[in-house]
Design a protein around this ligand. Structure first.
Ligand SMILES: NC(=O)c1ccc[n+]([C@@H]2O[C@H](COP(=O)([O-])OP(=O)(O)OC[C@H]3O[C@@H](n4cnc5c(N)ncnc54)[C@H](OP(=O)(O)O)[C@@H]3O)[C@@H](O)[C@H]2O)c1
Length: 215
């Protein structure tokens, strides 16, 4: 069975780690303060989990999830992630992240920034529009009526297939919004950002999304 590396083990990272362990994956969790600060989480997750540095999590993961405050994205290790599927959960909050001009003027998107930092990785945007707590309460088996859906975006089709399978194992349908540059359709303050949605509802929300400047 594969290993999922987590760079960031806060609200979203710890929840993704819980889903991963429940689905039979090994996990390596990491944060900025060091593996010793993650002993409580590792104990809770059990024998499939260990803590490491971000570089160790990046090296160990077959799939690696980057789930940190956006302002720190340049600290994500580059070389150990080359060739790998990297899931990006990050959102832009200027009050937390400081102003990033190319996001303020929407000439790029958050996940494209991470992709540019990790040019040899296959970045897939996912998990950015669901509250952390709901990751472990809202999942349902495949085929359940009105199953909750989550959006993905990415430039690599195989990587998106991998993430779609992972989301299905975690209990969610997937709506593919297209390449990374379309990820703005599910950014902060768009209709699909936050509420529980089926795939059909999410598609409507994505079509109704407006650029900040057009509102
Ligand atoms: N919370 C939500 O419901 C939610 C939902 C969807 C998306 N998101 C987005 O997902 C990302 C993570 O959110 P969160 O709520 O999980 O944040 P959080 O609870 O504040 O956790 C952030 C994690 O990132 C770690 N970290 C910070 N800088 C790092 C670095 N340079 N290298 C490695 N790890 C680092 C932190 O470690 P230390 O504690 O050791 O610094 C912490 O484990 C954010 O971009 C957020 O906007 C959040």
């Amino acid at each position: 069975m594969a290993t999922i590396g987590l760079i960031g083990a806060g609200k979203i990272g710890s929840q993704v780690a819980r889903l991963a362990v429940k689905s039979g994956y090994d996990v390596v969790v990491s944060n900025s303060r060091g593996p010793e600060t993650l002993s409580g989480l590792v104990k809770e997750l059990g024998p499939r989990a260990r803590a490491g540095t971000p570089t160790e999590a990046a090296k160990a993961g077959d799939i690696v999830v980057v789930t940190i405050p956006l302002k720190s994205y340049r600290q994500v290790p580059v070389e150990p992630l080359a060739g790998k599927v990297v899931i990006d959960t990050n959102n832009y909050y200027p009050q937390r992240d400081g102003h990033i001009p190319e996001l303020d003027n929407e000439s790029t998107t958050t996940s494209e920034l991470l992709q540019a930092h990790l040019p040899k990785s296959k970045v897939v945007k996912a998990f950015n529009h669901i509250y952390a707590a709901e990751l472990t309460t809202d999942g349902r088996p495949a085929g359940t009526k009105n199953r909750r859906a989550l959006v993905i975006a990415g430039d690599d089709l195989e990587a998106k297939k991998t993430v779609t399978r992972l989301l299905d194992q975690f209990g969610f349908d997937t709506v593919d919004v297209g390449p990374l540059e379309e990820g703005w359709r599910i950014q902060r303050d768009t209709p699909g950002y936050g509420p529980r949605r089926t795939a059909e509802e999410l598609r409507r929300d994505l079509a109704a999304a407006r650029r900040y400047a057009d509102r």
